[in-house]
Write a protein that binds this ligand. Structure first.
Ligand SMILES: Nc1ncnc2c1ncn2[C@@H]1O[C@H](COP(=O)(O)OP(=O)(O)OP(=O)(O)O)[C@@H](O)[C@H]1O
Ligand SMILES: [Mg+2]
Length: 216
């Protein structure tokens, strides 16, 4: 089991923003996380990736405990297993697209491979923008750069939060093609949060989060 979560709840103030009895993803079984805006998709991703500690419940990633571990252990588990594409892209603004990928590889593996990076930049159609800084990219280009950065470490689990929201129909389908092909090539499992129903038909499995009551 690549992701195994049990009894997850998350409360902020007197609001319960996530309540999920169980959530599992088997290795190489890609899954979509659906649900209306505010239903807790980003919150769940932050919990699964160890960025947020849930109010209750447990998360195991590839058999290793994410919840209950120290911050350093959570960082190490994330670095070893997970590639993340944030809703707000969080590329390093002082670095070019290519340098962002080199940094990610160096942090994850202690080395970087220029030809591998350039091949990936070409795959996302950004060869002509490899030396550009994030603020000079269009929104769709930024999204493609963020996806390339997440893929360049060949993570066991690639988690993407709304990767197609800024893209037109053609580019949204191309992005899903890229994610599925790259996942197949590197043996990664995809977990994609979205409310983009254009991509629903491309995934056999979808988990739908419900909008919770305002206060409980
Ligand atoms: N740090 C926080 N403090 C207070 N409320 C929060 C916080 N983070 C999230 N929430 C609330 O929790 C709910 C779930 O938020 P979340 O970002 O997980 O939703 P989402 O499904 O990702 O939405 P979207 O599709 O708009 O990205 C929302 O009502 C949000 O306002
Ligand atoms: Mg969100």
């Amino acid at each position: 089991m690549l992701i195994e979560a049990r009894g997850l709840t998350h409360r902020i103030g007197n609001r319960t923003i996530l309540d999920l009895a169980s959530f599992q993803v088997v290795s190489r079984e890609h899954a979509l996380l659906l649900g209306p805006s505010g239903s807790g998709k980003t919150t769940l991703i932050n919990i699964l990736t160890g960025l947020v500690t849930p109010t209750s419940g447990d998360v195991l990633i590839d058999g290793r405990a994410m919840t209950g571990a120290t911050a350093a252990a959570r960082d190490a588990l994330r670095r070893d297993k997970i590639g993340l594409v944030f809703q707000t892209l969080r590329l390093v603004s002082a670095l070019t697209v290519r340098e962002n990928l080199s940094l990610a590889q160096n942090l994850a593996k202690g080395r970087s491979d220029r030809s591998e990076i350039d091949a990936l930049i070409a795959r996302v159609g950004l060869s002509h923008r490899a030396d550009a800084r994030p603020r000079d990219l269009s929104q769709g280009e930024g999204q493609r750069a963020a996806i390339a950065r997440a893929l360049c470490t060949k993570p066991a689990l690639l988690v993407a939060d709304e990767p197609t929201s800024a893209l037109d129909d053609v580019n949204a389908q191309a992005m899903i093609d890229l994610l599925l092909e790259s996942a197949a090539a590197s043996g990664s499992t995809l977990l994609i949060a979205t409310h983009d129903h254009r991509i629903r038909p491309r995934f056999p499995r979808a988990v739908e989060l419900q909008a919770l009551a305002m206060a409980t």
